[in-house]
Structures are given as C-alpha cells and as structure tokens.
Design a protein around this ligand. Structure first.
Ligand code: ZN
Length: 182
C-alpha cells in the first residue's frame, strides 16, 4: 500500500462533546478559538486548517472562507489568495517539519471526495520516505490528538516566522497567524 495513490478522502473526526451542526468548513472559522478549531493561519479570503485525522503529520487543508464548491467558481482574488496561502503553508511546513516532498490536490464532486463534504479544500500533505506506515503506528486517537497539538504549535511558529505576516497570532488566546498577500 502506498498512500501517494490513496484518494484524497476527507477524514473529519468530530469531537463528541463539541459536535458541528452544518458544514464544518463554514462553522469552524466562525468560532472564536482558532487553536481549538486547529486553524493555524488565516489570509484575506482563505484559512489553513490542520487535518484532525491526518495522512501524515502536518497535513493541512487550504479552505476558502465562503462556501464554494467548485474550483471554477472561485473569483480571481480568492483563487490567488488560495494559491498564496498554499505556498505559505508549504514554506512553513518546510521550515518546521523538513519533509522530503509534498502531495497536494483537491477533490471536486462527491464521488471524488468520498464523502458529503463539498466545501472546496486543497490538501497539502508533507511526505517522507518510508512514511506509509505512519497511520497504523499512531492509530490511537489520544496519540493523534497530542501529536496534533504539538504540530499545531510548531506550524503556528513557522507561519509567524515567515513572510506576509500582519499579526503573529497568539497561542494562548487561540489566535491564528494572520497573513495578507497584498
Ligand atoms: Zn461550507
């Protein structure tokens, strides 16, 4: 099995004590604690969300703030901002996790997505040689959550140390790093 060829399925793990009503990608950025929501950075029209059930450590999704389903429906400003945030995510991930490569892509249409989540999102998955056995190793939820919090803190610092930062955010108050590409 090689996860390079795994479909880009979304693995959204909801916490039972904090259920999401409606589209999670619309609901999460409206909450007042980015750290709890695992939003690590925000730009003018998009945000970067750490995947709750990652293929690999540092698996981030770039998501438009507005509920847009198809790439062809993005206007130029949102599309450029999406691409710039994706580039900033790759840079931050390189700065912190030093992967050997990336898989990045998006699902369009419910068949490709393998689920009901139709809010456009671009996956950015860092890859290391021999990483295909990662998920079985960390398959226990508790381990994943602890790992996610560590990864969140590291990526937050890596975004804050990069370019285009307008507000470095604050881990304690739960604020994501704010970027602007204008
Ligand atoms: Zn949505």
């Amino acid at each position: 099995m090689d996860r390079i060829y795994a479909p880009w399925r979304i693995h959204w793990v909801e916490r039972e004590e904090d259920p999401i009503d409606g589209c999670p990608f619309c609901v999460l950025p409206e909450r007042d604690d980015d750290r709890e929501a695992r939003i690590v950075a925000r730009s003018d029209h998009n945000y970067a969300l750490l995947n709750n059930a990652p293929y690999n450590p540092g698996h981030v999704m770039i998501i438009p703030n507005r509920h847009i389903e198809d790439w062809t429906d993005l206007d130029d400003e949102v599309m450029v901002d999406h691409g710039r945030l994706k580039a900033a995510t790759i840079e931050a991930t390189r700065r912190d996790l030093d992967p050997e490569g990336f898989n990045t892509g998006l699902n369009l249409g419910s068949d490709a997505a393998g689920g009901s989540l139709d809010h456009l999102h671009t996956h950015v998955v860092p890859r290391w040689r021999g990483d295909t056995n990662f998920m079985p190793v960390v398959g226990e939820t508790k381990v994943i959550v602890e790992g996610l919090e560590r990864t969140y803190d590291h990526l937050h610092a890596a975004f804050a140390a990069g370019d285009h930062v307008v507000d470095k955010g604050d881990l304690e108050s739960g604020d994501a790093v704010r970027l602007s590409f204008h």
